[in-house]
Design a protein around this ligand. Sequence first.
Ligand code: NI
Length: 138
Amino acid sequence: MKTIFLTRRERFNAAHRMFRPEWDDAKNLEIFGKCSNPNWHGHNYTLFVTVKGELNPETGYVVNLKTLSKLINEVIIDKLDHKNINLEVDFMKGKIASSESIAISIWEQLEPHIKMMGIELHSIKLEETENNTIEYFG
Ligand code: NI
């Protein structure tokens, strides 16, 4: 059997604020800098979902990319795109809205669905800006 890694890119725009509610604005500013702005700010995020599976010799596919894209959109993108991550995203409730934390949550949301497709989730890569990218391998 031949194992193949396959990556689907999706994009979303969302607002967030880095802060701990138990800290005052001065302390939040000291720790999180501009990202703690009480009036929020946004990013154009790029999400890379990499899955791993065996090549199906009949189709030449590991997985149908249209099916994978539809899944990522239904489970993740529709919930994040044009939303406030701190206030409106169910799977981010009570969590810090850092890229690290968002990527881990995306993994947790997607992983069971990916498994049901007969493939494995390999990594979640989240690009917050051109310069800042984080990657999570579960
Ligand atoms: Ni930010």
